[in-house]
Structure formats: structure tokens, C-alpha cells
Design a protein around this ligand. Structure first.
Ligand SMILES: [Zn+2]
Length: 484
């Protein structure tokens, strides 16, 4: 019965049965959690209270499962207007500490983006409403549903009085949507205490790229954000009085910004592609296997034509190649009407999405040298200053790691298919933080479908994703135990 390729089959079957039988209870708990307006974005005392209530609910739930729970005081947050608001506690909880078992740390968040019925919701965003198997409500997929799915999986083992196959640690925060205030400090502080025994980290806070096919996420792009200031003087000029006798800062800046990327999306900064990881045959195959309806993707994006025609090229240019985007110009005249101003000082803003194995400080030097060269060719009398305002590293995991193998097998068991191996084109600093601080494998194991609409109106999670996702986590625990 204990064949090497499948987990203890009878136990798994029992767990699945338990989850199926109790699915209405699981949906009911999700409903109770969605009912808490745990909005971390709007700095309103009432909403902060709701956040505290949300964290207390979750702590209670975990205690109920037998976990030892520590609600770590988050301190307070000073807002730009001088107001001070308390930061909700971060939950550190622990279930089991058997040295023979692997220890898996689960990260999730229970705060949500703002939502009001008037924004275009078809129902009250804080009343979980089921329509055609879709559970609508703010936070249903981001991230209350996935957090509960993990808890549901644990509760199934608990209810059947079965030994948990792995030791579990939870880190659950309530400020993710507001930039995870206080999280990094806590993670670094607890590195050698609470987190010292952690072998693996699982984050379930993103989406599949398909409606029906599950995915595993193994990388995200980073970002280097630049400003380039061109200045003649602090005040603006009138073009009738000064036009024709000046090196105009805006003309310099447009030339500088225009030198960064060509019309095929290729970045023109010399050397920028030098360190980009070469594409392997194995990687190419992974892209071919991904389930993406290009036509639907194009239509839902409302874009007539992308720079690339094939699914593989599009995904690679979103995930594994760098891109450069021009974001804006501070100091430019941008109102309606015809004002004959010559801006005296303008600041251009652009950023480069970084991929493995680009080096941020090398990129910074390349950008500065390139812009200095372009600027010098213009013989302008203005001053130019280039700065890197923000730098976030890309993240990439080793997909041959045990937990990726375990997750793949669990997905196969629950969904009967191999997962799409995907990355994310944006930056998810939390994955990098965990990998950087713990030096352990980090995996993003999403449960929600591509059309869940996180952050949008009518956010939902499908009942199917929520319940099968709970089974997926249970199967994952068993696979992890076997591989260990
Ligand atoms: Zn989230």
C-alpha cells in the first residue's frame, strides 16, 4: 500500500473524504473571516480595530488546533499627517516540533484592499456570496481563502486524530497590502529563535495563470527604479521670452529617455543583457507546457498586438528577460490647454525589471554611464543627475528542491495534472526576504484561478479551488514527510 510514488494512500483518501464532507463548514469559516473589514490601506481607527479583530480570530482558530500562538506586538505607524495608528500583531504559531519531521513555515496575510459596494461590486464585498460555485468577497482569494485552506488541511488531520506528517510554523501578518510594515524586522529578529528550525517556506499569495490548471511559482522579477533630473534653473521660463536661446531641459530629458529602449522592447543600455541567465533546453520545455490562452489574454488586456506573437516569447519576456518602462516626468506641463511654458527643471522616471542573474549595482553603473554618454553628446549647458531610487532583487528558486517535488506530486494527486511552472513578472519582496534571511527553499504555491480578481471588484475564489486547495495542502504535507 505504501508504494514509493504515492503517499499513504488510505490516509490520504480519509483526509480527502473529511475535507469533502466538511466543505460547507470551511466555506462558513471563510464567510466569517471575509465579514471582517480588515482593510490595512485606509488609515482609519475603525478599520485598524477590524484588523486587530481579524488577527485575534485567526489566533483563536490556531489555538483551537492545538498550536502554540504568539501574537507579536507590531508597534505603531506614524502617518504623513502626524497621526499615529497601531500596527496589528503578527502571528507566529507552531504545531509540532518532532526533529524527525521536516518543518514547513507557511506565510499568509489577513488584511485586504479597500472595497466598497459603490466601486462596482455586485454584492456587499464583506458578505461572502456564492454564485455558480464562485465565492465572492473581499479577501476571498487574497489571502484569507488560501490561509484557511492551509488551516483546513491541518484541521482534517487533527479531527481524525492523525499525526501531522510535518512540523508547521505559521507567520501571518495583517499589513501586507500596506507594504508589510514591521514584518522584515520581526523576521530578522526571530531568525535564530522562532524560525531556527524552519526547513522550507511556503507562500500561497498569488494566482494560477489558468482557470483550471494549477501552478507552482518559482521566481519573480526585481526592480531598479531610476530618476534622471535635468535642470537649467528652478523656475520655469516663457517660450516667447526665452525660446530659441536655451538648452531646454525637457528636450534633453526626452532625448535621454528616448535612448533607453527601442520599439521592439530591446533595452539599449550597453551590457545590460550580459548577465541574464541563458535559456536552457529544459526551461524552454517548461514554457511550452504552460496553459495560456493567448487570445483571451490579449482580449482581456485590451491590447491590439503585443511585441511578441507566441505564448513562449510573451511569457519569457514577462518573466525571464529584463524590461525597461518609462513612467513619467515630474515638472512637465501635463494639464489640458496650451500653456507656453519651458520647464526649468524636469525629472524623468523609469525602471528596469531585473531577472536572474543581473547584478543591481552593475545595472546602476551601466545606466549612469549610458545616460552620461548620451547627455555629453548633446553638449547641453544643463545639469543632469541620475539616481537609483529603489532596488529590489529578483527571486528564483531551485525547482529540483524537495518541496517543489512534493508539491508537484501533490498537485498530480489532487488535480491529475502536472502544474504550470510559472514566475511572476512583478516583484514579491517577501519571497526574497525569506530566502535571503533563512537561506532556505521558498516556494509559492497558489490556489486561486487567473480570473479571481485580487484587488479588483468582485474578487472571488471558486469553491472548487478552495476545497481542492485544502486537499492539496494535506497531500503536500504527506509528500513532504515521505521525501524527508
Ligand atoms: Zn495578497
Amino acid at each position: 500500500m505504501f508504494s514509493p510514488s504515492s503517499p499513504p494512500a488510505r490516509l490520504l483518501e480519509k483526509v480527502f473524504q473529511y475535507i469533502d464532507l466538511h466543505q460547507d463548514e470551511f466555506v462558513q469559516t471563510l464567510k466569517e473571516w471575509v465579514a471582517v473589514e480588515s482593510d490595512s490601506i485606509q488609515p482609519v481607527p475603525r478599520l485598524r480595530q477590524e484588523l486587530f479583530r481579524m488577527m485575534a480570530l485567526a489566533a483563536d482558530k490556531l489555538r483551537h488546533l492545538g498550536a502554540s500562538v504568539d501574537s507579536v506586538d507590531g508597534g505603531s505607524q506614524q502617518l504623513p499627517n502626524g497621526q499615529t495608528l497601531p500596527i496589528p500583531p503578527i502571528i507566529l504559531a507552531e504545531l509540532g516540533n518532532d526533529p524527525k519531521k521536516p518543518t514547513v513555515c507557511f506565510y499568509g496575510h489577513l488584511d485586504v484592499q479597500p472595497a466598497r459596494r459603490e466601486d462596482g461590486w455586485l454584492m456587499d464585498p464583506y458578505t461572502l456570496t456564492e454564485v455558480d460555485g464562485k465565492l465572492y468577497g473581499r479577501g476571498a482569494t487574497d489571502n484569507k481563502g488560501p490561509v484557511l485552506a492551509w488551516i483546513n488541511a491541518v484541521s482534517a488531520f487533527r479531527a481524525m486524530e492523525e499525526d501531522l506528517p510535518v512540523n508547521i510554523k505559521f507567520i501571518i501578518e495583517g499589513m501586507e497590502e500596506a507594504g508589510s510594515v514591521a514584518l522584515e524586522e520581526l523576521v530578522r529578529r526571530e531568525k535564530d529563535r522562532f524560525f531556527s528550525s524552519v526547513d522550507y517556506v511556503v507562500i500561497s499569495d498569488n494566482l494560477w495563470i489558468s482557470r483550471r490548471k494549477p501552478a507552482l511559482t518559482y521566481g519573480t522579477r526585481g526592480n531598479s527604479y531610476f530618476t534622471v533630473e535635468v535642470k537649467c534653473r528652478d523656475q520655469d521660463f516663457h517660450s516667447g521670452t526665452f525660446g530659441g536661446i536655451l538648452n531646454e531641459p525637457m528636450a534633453d530629458l526626452i532625448a535621454l529617455l528616448g535612448s533607453l529602449v527601442d520599439s521592439s522592447g530591446h533595452i539599449l543600455i550597453p551590457g545590460i543583457y550580459d548577465h541574464v541567465a541563458p535559456l536552457t533546453e529544459e526551461e524552454k520545455k517548461m514554457y511550452e507546457a504552460i496553459d495560456l490562452d493567448l487570445e483571451e489574454y490579449r482580449n482581456s488586456s485590451q491590447v491590439k498586438k503585443f511585441l511578441f506573437d507566441t505564448k513562449e516569447e510573451i511569457l519569457m519576456h514577462l518573466w525571464r528577460y529584463p524590461s525597461l518602462s518609462i513612467h513619467g516626468i515630474e515638472g512637465a506641463f501635463e494639464e489640458p490647454g496650451a500653456k507656453t511654458v519651458i520647464p526649468g527643471r524636469v525629472i524623468g522616471k523609469f525602471s528596469i525589471r531585473l531577472v536572474p542573474h543581473m547584478n543591481m549595482s552593475v545595472v546602476e553603473t551601466q545606466v549612469k554611464q549610458h545616460l552620461e554618454y548620451i547627455f555629453s553628446k548633446r553638449n547641453s549647458s544643463n545639469q543632469m543627475v541620475v539616481s537609483m531610487a529603489l532596488g529590489l532583487h529578483p527571486w528564483i528558486a531551485n525547482i529540483k528542491d524537495n518541496q517543489y517535488l512534493a508539491a508537484k506530486r501533490a498537485i498530480k494527486t489532487v488535480f491529475g495534472t502536472e502544474p504550470d511552472m510559472i514566475r511572476d513578472g512583478s516583484t514579491i519582496p517577501i519571497a526574497n526576504l525569506f530566502q535571503d534571511v533563512f537561506q532556505k527553499s521558498v516556494m509559492m504555491l497558489p490556489l486561486g484561478a487567473v480570473d479571481d480578481g485580487e484587488h479588483a471588484q468582485n474578487e472571488k475564489i471558486n469553491r472548487w479551488n478552495y476545497i481542492e486547495g485544502s486537499k492539496l495542502f494535506a497531500a503536500f504535507f504527506l509528500e513532504m514527510a515521505k521525501l524527508h
